[in-house]
Structure formats: C-alpha cells, structure tokens
Design a protein. Sequence first.
Length: 459
Amino acid sequence: MGNRKSDILLAAIREGMPMGTNDKLNLIVSLSIPSILAQITSVLMFFIDASMVGHLGAEASAAIGLVESTTWLFGSLTSAASMGFSVQVAHFVGANDFQRARQVFRHGLVCTSFLSVFIVIVCLLIYRPLPYWLGGGADIAHDASLYFLIFVLSTPFFMFKSLSGAMLKCSGNMRIPSIISVTMCLLDVVFNYLFIFVMHLGVMGAAIGSALAIFVAACLEGYFAIVRSEMLSLLRDNEPFRWVPDYVKNALKIASPMALQSTLMSGAQIVSTMIVAPLGNFAIAANTFAITAESLCYMPGYGIGDAATTLVGQSLGAGRRDICRSFAHMTVGMGMCIMALMGVLMFVFAPEMMGVLTPVAEIRDLGVHCLRIEAFAEPMFAASIVSYSVFVGAGDTLRPATLNLVSMWCVRLTLAALLARDYGLTGVWTAMAIELTFRGALFLTRLWRGKWMRDVVKK
C-alpha cells in the first residue's frame, strides 16, 4: 500500500522523533515523486484528448477548448470539497487518532455525494446555452454542449475519486493514487481511440472515453481507501456512525475559501476565454492547446504541493511546529527549482509539444509563441502553487485565496483585456506571465514572513 521508507519517516513525525535535513529531504522526495507522476498523468489525459481531437480539425478543437475552463470550474469545486475533509484527516493521522480520521472520511463521503448530485443538476440546466454564453459560434456550439454534458455526468465518480485520492495522500500514501492515475491515463488512450477513431464519434467520443476512464479509476481508488488502507479503511470501525457537526463545520471553514476561490478563478478563466473567443477559432484552439501543453510543465509543482500539504498537515497534527516551517521552506524551494528547469524545457521544445497536439500550422505557430512567453514565469508560478499547498495543510485558506483572486482579477484580466486589442493572443499570454510572477511574489512574502504559522498557533 505504501513506501516503507516514507512510512517510517512519517511515523517519526507522529512519534516526536528528531529528523535531520536529509530525513526531511528524503521524505519530501519520496512523497513528491509519486504525486508528480499522478499529476502529470492526469494532465496527459487532457493532452491525449486534445491531441486526438486536434487531428479532427480546428472546429473540433475549439469546441472542447471553449468549455474546458467551465469543466475545470466544477472539477476544482470537487477538489475543494475533498480538501476540506482530507486536511482534517492529515491532522488526525499526525496525532495518531485513526478512529477520528475514519469518522471524518465518512462525513466526507456523505457531503461530497450530495454536492456532486447538485453539480450535475446545475450542469443539466446550462449545458445547451453555455457555448453561446462563452462567445462561441453556432459552428461549434453543438459539439461543445455535448462534450460538456457527457463530461459533467461523470462528476459523482470524479468527486469520489478526488475524495478517496485526497484521503490516501493526506494519510501519507502517495503511491496508490499515482498508480491509479497512470492506469486512468492508459485507459483514456484506449477508450478515446476506440470512440473517436474506431466508432467515429468525434468530440462526443473524447468525452465518453474520459468519462469511462474516470469511472474505472474512481472504483479502484475508492476500494483502496475504503477497504485496503490500514489507517482509513471503514471496515476497521467498531463504533456505529454518528453525525458530528464539527467535522462539517471545519470542512466548510477550510473548503469555503477554496471553493470561492475556485469559482472566481475559474470564472476568471471563463472571462479570459471570452476575451480570446473574438480572436477566432485558430486563437481559441491555440490557447487551449498551449494551456494543455504548459500544464505538463507545472504539474511537478502541484505534485510537490501535495507532499507539502501532507507534511505540513501531519506535522501540525503531531504538534511538531519545529519541523513544519522547515518542510514549508524546503518544498517551496524544490518546487521553484524543478519548475525553472521545466520552463527551460518548455521554451526549447515548444514546437514539438504543439506539433503533437495539432497539425495546423497557424495554430501550432501561435501556440509556440505563447508557450515561450510563459516559460519565464514558471519559477514564480511554482512559488504560488507550493506555498498555497503549505497554507492549505495548515488549514489557512482564506488569506491565500484572497491573494489568488486579487492577482487574477485585478492584474491578469485587466492586462489581458488591454493587451488583446493590439497584440491578440500573444498579449493575453504576456498578461498571464506578468500576473503569475506577481502572484508568486505575494505568496513568497507571506511564506517567509511566517504570518500563516502565527495564525495556526492562535488556533
């Protein structure tokens, strides 16, 4: 179920044993590598979808690209809900209180089930007019609506997978979510090829393939969390389930700022899509492909961020504030170094990355230019990603969410609207690079000042 070495080091945190710098570094690496792999393979699923659909032409690519930011919105809501409960699990695991960790898990299953049903109902009401709201034309609206509808119908399974995976990660098990993410990616390749090219279903086939891959992955991840996990298995509970309102209140306290942030950040992405949409189908497709290609470069930051959330959460649960700050600084530094390297690789191999996604020269050349602009912002993007994960592990989500929203709405969108008029899609991506650098500086300032630790101590 887990890595023996990392299990021993995590137990050392819970038992109050001393940890040297090498022990901390080994633990960060052992937790980060599986999580990085999981993050990258998750993005590869979208990368593969985009590549396969890209060979169907610009209109098919634009159809998916138009609604992609909206699907991310609902996906981010599921992640926020999962973190509201899983952060509490990290704290209880750090305190060696596995019984209460399982109780929180049960509450998470109940609450996220109701939330996923609510999301599906909302999507059923908006899927037809959505492409027109986003500025899409009649030539792509039907395919965009159909893709969105099929994808969101998989939301209950996506949320179940998200919650189960978050629980496993916060308990210290990064390997199982990683293996399942790789499996989901491989299944996505098979299903997409079958439905897009063998059954000739086009955009609809891409949505069906992804939904089936999510379903299988959700079943697997739920099995390992609910049945097999030594810490979390609900089969180990000897006490009857009882409702504890405090678990839900704490989850809301953690998840509400994250959900609001996700909604407004995804709303900002939707506004950004609306800024890009009038630039034409080539610009929409190039923007979508460039975002997909870039995501392969920043996924290591999210992988290290997962490790940071687990380590900070368990350290605080164990009362080990002495090593909590050390883990925070080390994970942020590692994330910035790795994503700086990824930025260099993205700059150099941008033509190859875009070439995999689309054979259309106009889309490919425009996407390459955007990626090379963005490459310079990757280190500071890493600073914001990993620092935010550190704060989440501490249960500090309100102020970081505010920083994200101010940066996105006041800096990126304002600059994008101004620059798009004269510089087109290049101007939009220049605004993005400037904003990510600014955001990273804000998060580094908060991290190094230590205000988040003082807030934790007050609690």
